[in-house]
Ligand binder design. Structure first.
Ligand code: NAG
Length: 280
C-alpha cells in the first residue's frame, strides 16, 4: 500500500497528538489554536464544526520555580489580563461539545520540573488558574478548561509523571469533572521526554506512531498532520493522500481516535479539515 511510502519524519512527530477515546463512532479532529493571531478566534474555530478538541497553546513557561507564562501570540496579552475575555469563547466551545485543553510546553518555551514539589506546585497552579480551582489571576478568566495537554519538546523527562499524577488527583474535586490528560510525544516510542509520564497510564490518550508501534494502554491515538505545506518543515500529506492511503491503514485499529491538525491558522488557509472531515 502507498501508506508504506508515506514516511512521517521525526519532525512530524511534533504534530502528533493524543486525543480522547471515543471508539464507537467516526474519528474526530483535534487542532492546536493560539500561536497565530491571524487564525481567527477560538469561538470561530469551534463554530466551524470541524473539531472535537481544541488545544490552547501554549503555557510556554512553567516549573523550576518560574512564574508561569501563557503565550497566545497575537491573540491577546495574558500578562496584562488581556486574555480573560477568552472565557466566553471557551464556554462557547464547550456548549458546542468541544473540549478545550491547555497545552503546556511547545517548541520554544522555558519549562521543566526540578522536583516532586515543583511538579505539585505546577499542578496546583494549573488547577487554580485554568481548571476547577480558583485564583485571583486566571489568565483565561473564569472558564474551566477540560484538561491539560503535555507537549514537552525540550528539557528532560523528570517529574512529568508526577505532574500527571497530581493533575489526575484533581479529577475527584471540583464536582468530579475529570481533568483530561493528553500528550503529544515525539517518536521514537517510548518518547524520551514523555515516556515516564505515559507509563503512569493516566493519559486519556496518546498518539502512537501508527506504522510501527503497538497502541499503548492509554486511550486512543490520533494521527497528527500539518494542515499545510508551510505548517511543518516536512511531512505534509495532501488531503487526498491522507484519506485514500493513510487513514484506511489505521482506521481498523480499535484505538484509532482521529486526526490532529497543526494548526488552526494553516487549517483556515488550506481548508484542510473541511476536505478530510467526512473521511476521518
Ligand atoms: C473547503 O472544502 C469543502 C469540502 O471539500 C468545500 O465544500 C469548500 O468549498 C472548500 N472551501 C474553500 C474556501 O475552498
Amino acid at each position: 500500500m502507498a501508506a508504506n511510502k508515506l514516511k512521517f519524519s521525526p519532525l512530524l512527530a511534533l504534530f502528533l497528538l493524543a486525543g480522547i477515546a471515543v471508539t464507537s463512532r467516526a474519528g474526530d479532529i483535534a487542532v492546536y489554536w493560539g500561536q497565530n493571531g491571524d487564525e481567527g478566534s477560538l469561538a470561530d474555530a469551534c463554530n466551524s464544526g470541524l473539531y472535537a478538541y481544541v488545544m490552547v497553546a501554549f503555557l510556554s513557561t512553567f516549573g523550576n520555580g518560574q512564574t508561569p507564562v501563557l503565550n497566545l501570540a497575537g491573540h491577546c496579552e495574558p500578562s496584562s489580563g488581556g486574555c480573560t475575555g477568552q472565557s466566553s469563547d471557551i464556554q462557547t466551545c464547550q456548549s458546542l461539545g468541544v473540549k478545550v485543553i491547555l497545552s503546556i510546553g511547545g517548541g520554544a518555551g522555558s519549562y521543566g520540573l526540578s522536583s516532586t514539589q515543583d511538579a505539585q506546585d505546577v499542578a496546583d497552579y494549573l488547577w487554580n488558574n485554568f481548571l476547577g480551582g480558583s485564583s485571583g489571576s486566571r489568565p483565561l478568566g473564569d472558564a474551566v478548561l477540560d484538561g491539560v495537554d503535555f507537549d514537552i519538546e525540550t528539557g528532560n523527562p523528570a517529574h512529568y509523571d508526577e505532574l500527571a499524577t497530581f493533575l489526575s488527583r484533581y479529577s475527584a474535586q471540583g464536582g468530579g469533572k475529570k481533568v483530561i490528560l493528553t500528550a503529544a510525544p515525539q517518536c521514537p516510542y517510548p518518547d524520551a521526554l514523555l515516556g515516564p509520564a505515559l507509563q503512569t497510564g493516566l493519559f486519556d490518550s496518546v498518539w502512537v506512531q501508527f506504522y510501527n508501534n503497538p497502541p499503548c494502554h492509554a486511550g486512543s491515538f490520533y494521527v497528527g498532520v500539518p494542515a499545510a505545506e508551510a505548517a511543518a518543515g516536512s511531512g505534509y500529506v495532501a488531503p487526498g493522500d491522507l484519506t485514500s492511503a493513510v487513514l484506511p491503514a489505521v482506521q481498523g485499529n480499535a484505538k484509532y481516535g482521529g486526526i490532529m491538525v497543526w494548526n488552526r491558522f494553516y487549517d483556515v488557509q488550506n481548508n484542510f479539515s473541511n476536505q478530510v472531515k467526512s473521511s476521518v
